[in-house]
Write a protein that binds this ligand. Sequence first.
Ligand code: 6PG
Length: 268
Amino acid sequence: MTMHPAYTQPDDYAVPGAQALVFATREAMAREAARRIAEACRAAVSQRGVAALMLAGGSTPRRTYELLAQEADMPWADILVFYGDERMVPPDDPASNAHMAHQTLLSRVPLPAANVMRIAGESGDAAEAAAQYEAILRGVTQERGLAATQGVPVLDVVLLGMGDDGHTASLFPYSTALDERARLVVPALAPPDAAVSQRVTITLPLCAAARLVVFLATGPHKAGIVREMVTQPAEAARRYPAAQVVSGGDLLWLLAEVDGGGGEGASA
Ligand code: 6PG
């Protein structure tokens, strides 16, 4: 594999079934993430006429979204945008993942409003919002002719972050939502120290059907978790929800081991 000067692929990051690329800076990681997402969306539209992109929340993706908004030749009219999870707050709340995505990406690109499927964080009832979102996810993907694997819509890109406890989306350690195999979207409860406790999250089967799953993680602590996924995969899968994620296609970890620079450790 030709090494890109911006990243290295050290042996100790050979996450089973995945590729891990380590970048010297968060900016280099964000640039590669934006490039990969754009590339996958262009390919999907060119091959199938539509692309399904699922966004991650938290703070790490902010720069990636800003750079994605600057990507040229993006077929935004044919890109469907979904969310991997949401906090149960209104979309204008700074804690809302939709708020962050709107600020950094969706307000900056010519994406038809109808292409964005937001989780109704304002609804006040996480279980109802989850059921409603699953119906929207299944309905829109079917309507637009996206493929499905064993009844699960095949999304083109699922972007995920990872918290300091190894959670991803709003799948938290030891949560029963990790065992969910029928529903694609469920209500979730974040730990007491999280920004917002009531959540809605996708479940693992949706990632397992996707063509490309991309994780973004920065800082030495999260890099250490990824190392554990390599050295002790079974124990890591028991402790960290992110370690249980598999992809229907490629699984890519984009890491920047550096600390600070905003958003570091700000996981919800
Ligand atoms: C959320 C996210 C969550 C996030 C991690 C990492 O709603 O909080 O979906 O899974 O990706 O908590 O957050 P940071 O990127 O802020 O560290």
